[in-house]
Design a protein around this ligand. Sequence first.
Ligand SMILES: *[C@@H]1O[C@H](CO)[C@@H](O)[C@H](O)[C@H]1NC(C)=O
Length: 414
Amino acid sequence: MMRLLLVVVVVLLLLVLDVASSAALVGETCSSSSSCGTSSSGGLRCTSCIPPPGTGPAVCARTTPIDPISSSLPFNRYSWLTTHNSLAVVGTKSPIGSAIISPPNQEDSVTSQLNNGVRGLMLDAYDFNNDVWLCHSFNGKCFAFTAYQPALSVLKEIGAFLESNPSAVITIFLEDYTAAGSLGKVMAAAGLTKFLFPVEKMPKKKEDKWPLLRDMIAQNHRLLVFTSKQGKEATDGLAFQWTYVVETQYGSDGLAQGQCRNRGESRPMDSKAQSLVLMNFFTTNPSQSWACGNNSSPLVTKLKACYQASANRWPNFIAVDFYMANAPFGTYDMRRTPSPSPSPSAFAAAAPPKTSPSPAPSSIMSSAASRRQVSEREGATTTIAPAASSSSSINNQRSFLPAFILMGLLVLLL
Ligand SMILES: *[C@@H]1O[C@H](CO)[C@@H](O)[C@H](O)[C@H]1NC(C)=O
């Protein structure tokens, strides 16, 4: 039972994208990533993802979601790009010398993922070798051949990213096999304690609210950690995931279109006592070509089903394998491919009610022909969203699409 992990995410780059606008655009053919603009400035890379991978023409594809720009909404009004098994990176060798037998789920390191806008990380934690290790294992036990990294080194990477990105907010979902006290200790050793969003401030009842993203940033409460193991709130200061999060079925069982059921540990998707919604979208056996074909319109279709199943709430965390995989020339960028990609307006239609202050995604997704146009539209968008007055009124409109980041994700994946 190799299984899951967790985690979370968001954002960066619209402004930067704009700066890079002299480089090639999304969807243009390319020979190297530098012709798309460097990934650090443009968020683009040259890739071919028409299944099977590598067989289609290479085009510039986006690897980074769009920066929401506004941080004036409550935390649970954003959607964060989340990597499933964030650490199971192609070609990894365990530092203890064993070849890892677990199949990879991602293509690049956690630091690279964070640089590319991933803000949710799913990790499996085990007591191993007298320490806490991140493994992708089975039967609740870590082995040399499933042990990716000591948790400390990865947590330090996360800490370094938080230090150098003062407005980044990261969420970690731990599939937790450690004993009480292990994780709290290693988090402290990694210097993460000061960033932790305090468990006692997390909404525990329907009436409780998440703070505004900007207030979390101002208070430096920029790391949320959820564990699958009960009892860690008292011993390690880590939130028990199922108190706060509803989560969809994972693996291939969770892929059926037109429905969106919860995984066994989670309360039903429409349970409002949990204020965060996590949608899994990946196969049981990780497959890059599957991701190439399905991290696109099928993902949007699933989002819609989950929106409805989750009492009109968009997923806050969208967990995928091979987050950089999408299908250039097909559905990866709806702004440039009017058809046969899914209709953005169909997506918008499932989105916010007319009374919502949310910008309609369609106004942004519709056929903008260049990044600059999109940027301008995004710019207009930001002036709309913060107009929603008080945080409580925003909170009360849960059906509001967490538009900014979701759009970022769509740009990334579609
Ligand atoms: C997309 O997912 C479906 C359902 O899992 C699968 O049958 C199909 O082959 C996938 N597409 C690709 C290109 O892998």
